[in-house]
Design a protein around this ligand. Sequence first.
Ligand code: SF4
Ligand code: SF4
Length: 377
Amino acid sequence: MRYNDFHGEKVSALGFGFMRLPVLQNDQSKIDMPKVEEMLLYAVEHGVNYFDTAYPYHNGFSEVALGELLERNGLRDKVNIATKLFTLEIGRPGFDPEKMFATQLERLKTDHIDYYLIHGLHGDQWERLKNDYNILEFLAEKRRTGAIRHMGFSFHDSYEAFVKLLDDYDWEFAQIQYNYLDHEIQAGDRGMRSAQERGIPLNIMEPVKGGNLIFPDYPAIDRIREKYGITESNAELALRYVFDKENLNAVLSGMSTLEQVKENIAITERAGVGCLTENEKACIEEIRIYLETVPSIPCTACRYCVAGCPQQIQIPSAFSCYNTAVKFGNKAAQLRSYNRSCSNLADCLECGQCVEACPQHLEIPQLLQKVRSYFED
Ligand code: SF4
Ligand code: SF4
């Protein structure tokens, strides 16, 4: 395993994300513990020492699973646990960082969290945490007593908001979404440079864009790869793009099978700063340009159409499933999301309320019909 130096500590370059674990009966709360135990033991044996979970993952059972497996195998002191304060609960009755943190320690069967993050910060959440929940006092006390060893935040907002946050607190690390398609959105390349200038290392999430950059059956991508003589897998190409960058702590992968664990560990060992060849860069650029040409429904997910729909149809979700399936050639994976959130498209009354509300002037009822035919015929 390759390691990065984090303020004098060795952190594995690959972090094991505990958000896409194998489950039983398609139920996110029922984690397949024997499988996960096998994956975790293999990862630890091969040097992975960073495990990233969060309060809501697998409806709370991700933290429970990690705590149980580390305790059962006597591994707590050999690995770093990263978990997060769940910010989507801000403003809800009963939201209390102190209570949430206590629950997390209990679930994880530990008395301290190695890497604690404020989860997915965007909008005014940080200001609300400071003003309404005394978060600065909470963090100061937890850091002073050692209950939190290192403090960071994960992030989903603009570059400008990212820099403002970096400068607003004594963060030891930050965590951003970054891959070769998303290098100009959210924090992006500019945010990576700003963090490096401030000496704040970065964790990377979604390096393979939630699996979208794997392209299991995509002849157009295969032709581009052949043109450049690329033999490594698409997952490896995407991971190498990220590992090539400086100032990284752990690159997180939400692994679901033992094979993925083995493959990602092998890829990590072959990669590192400066690993990407000019040929690989050219191939990635051509894939990126190709993907931009794939036609999609120009929905911006503003959700203005949702509130007025008498049938409560999740219009942006339907368009998102369709666009992702067509763009990344992963219809089977998107069909699962479609079935979860868009099963009532046939209920559309063609009343036209959504069309009135849509700033993109989309002919939504016809487009919904097109999406339905794509997934259901
Ligand atoms: S046209 Fe269909 S999707 Fe649009 S608001 Fe009416 S029922 Fe909802
Ligand atoms: S209003 Fe239009 S652009 Fe906005 S989410 Fe609905 S369909 Fe998409």
